[in-house]
Write a protein that binds this ligand. Structure first.
Ligand SMILES: Cc1cc2nc3c(=O)[nH]c(=O)nc-3n(C[C@H](O)[C@H](O)[C@H](O)COP(=O)(O)OP(=O)(O)OC[C@H]3O[C@@H](n4cnc5c(N)ncnc54)[C@H](O)[C@@H]3O)c2cc1C
Length: 431
């Protein structure tokens, strides 16, 4: 039997689930498919190892979908301050005033209650699934992966691993960085694997919930702290937190092989001094990091969103925030196309989507690299200045602050002079 829908969204991660929910609310008949099955939420359990900093823009989007209260009812930690600084042991560092080596943003100075929230990915996903399940326009199909895809001028068909066939005008690939839909549609990628990997460590620490998320840039990569909630009655006076250590894969393998007591000692030796006193390590995992961009965001009746379309260096935590922007943009275009009685997989819509989202995603990819270079001093400042040109060199102190604001999701636009710097940054062609 063939089940017919307006749209099939493959991948019910944070981005796919948000898009399907939004489309369902706009009266579309949507199938939302994921190979994973939902996990129960356990209030007292240790946090999931995968967490994301959600920007104020993402919070507004999730609130507009009605999913934000569900996230808050489970767990989310607001942060009021955000700091980044250079930990490079360069002789220059001691000569520079700290305002040049450290940048701190404070919500109070920006007239806001908070800068963003740290949320476990599974909680954002669960809140979206709950809302999607309550939405009559959305059919959630979990525990099944996509086996095949075919498309022609009449429509697209997706075959699942239980031989079920779904049919729709449009298929959205929201199935992550290794997207099967992207592969089945024959869309290639450009990919640049960073030499570093990211190791995430779930920890408990002594002290109150921190109101700050921070990141120190070392020559081998950044080391970051993200605050989470109190650890509960069983551990009075302790809180959960998430650490991220970027380094060479061999170094991270060495760290992963350590027992927890040795790793805690090493974290205190190697992390910035302001790391709170760690009491326990709950979990650790490392992730390869790559800058990957689909060559096209669509092919006939297939459109890509989120990590299926682009992955970026997670050092400023913008991946899912960009994915949510893709979802919002695509939803708006689909609603407009339907109102004008156009084909929702038509060329005009797909071109408009690509024109709006590709430059924005590309800008953020480039900003990540500039952000990294400006803080880590991997390229000596004079060399960097020479590469960027004299005008850009004069703009560097200004650039540092502006790029950090943009890269961390506080500003939506980069000022034009900084965009000029991005265009001149070496080794970033071919995206
Ligand atoms: C270490 C690290 C830290 C990060 N921190 C942040 C951060 O602080 N802030 C931020 O914004 N981003 C962060 N990111 C990036 C963020 O995690 C991703 O951008 C985000 O998860 C992408 O969401 P998605 O829904 O596009 O894809 P995914 O989360 O990958 O979801 C894809 C979904 O598709 C399903 N699927 C896959 N294949 C199939 C198939 N064949 N059939 C059916 N279903 C399928 C999967 O089960 C999954 O549910 C971080 C990334 C890393 C590696």
């Amino acid at each position: 039997m063939i089940q017919a829908f307006d749209t099939i969204v493959v991948g019910a991660g944070m981005v796919g689930a948000a898009l399907a929910l939004g489309l369902g609310q706009q009266g579309f008949n949507v199938a939302l498919v994921d190979r994973a099955s939902p996990r129960e939420f356990q209030p007292g359990a240790a946090p999931d190892i995968r967490v994301s900093a959600l920007s104020a823009g993402s919070e507004r989007y999730l609130a507009s979908l009605g999913a934000w209260p569900g996230i808050l009812a489970m767990r989310a930690t607001p942060y009021q301050r955000l700091a980044v600084w250079d930990e490079a042991s360069s002789p220059l560092r001691r000569l520079l005033p700290s305002r040049l080596t450290e940048v701190e943003f404070d919500a109070r100075r920006l007239g806001a209650s908070h800068l963003g929230h740290i949320v476990e990915n599974s909680i954002t996903q669960r809140a979206l699934w709950q809302a999607a399940e309550a939405e009559p326009g959305v059919t959630l199909i979990t525990g099944h992966s996509v086996r095949d895809l075919s498309q022609d001028h009449r429509g697209a068909r997706v075959t699942l691993d239980d031989d079920r066939t779904l049919e729709a005008q449009l298929v959205v690939g929201a199935d992550g960085a290794q997207s099967r839909i992207r592969e089945l549609a024959g869309i290639g990628v450009t990919r640049d694997q960073y030499q570093q990997q990211a190791m995430v460590i779930s920890v408990r620490y002594r002290g109150a919930v921190e109101d700050i998320t921070w990141q120190g840039f070392y020559p081998t990569g950044p080391r970051a702290f993200l605050p989470l909630r109190p650890a509960g009655d069983a551990y009075p006076g302790e809180c959960w937190g998430s650490l991220v250590w970027y380094d060479q894969p061999e170094r991270l393998a060495q760290l992963k092989a350590m027992n927890n007591a040795d790793l805690i000692a090493e974290l205190h030796r190697q992390f910035p001094e302001r790391l709170p006193e760690l009491t326990h390590i709950d979990a650790k995992a490392s992730f390869p990091i790559a800058r990957q961009h689909a060559r096209h965001y669509s092919q006939e009746r297939v459109v890509l969103v989120g990590d299926a379309a682009h992955t970026i260096n997670p050092l400023a935590g913008q991946g899912v925030n960009l994915g949510f922007q893709d979802a919002q943009c695509l939803q708006q275009l689909l609603v407009e196309a339907r109102a004008e009685q156009q084909d929702i997989a038509g060329l005009a819509l797909r071109q408009a989507y690509e024109q709006r989202r590709r430059p924005a995603n590309q800008r953020m990819m480039l900003a990540m690299d500039l952000f990294y270079h400006l803080f880590s001093n991997r390229i000596p400042p004079l060399h960097l200045a020479r590469n960027l040109g004299l005008g850009a060199a004069r703009a560097l102190p200004f650039a540092r602050n502006q790029v950090a604001r943009y890269a961390m999701g506080l500003d939506e636009q980069l000022p034009a002079p900084i965009q000029g710097i991005l265009n001149r940054l070496p080794r970033l062609g071919g995206l």
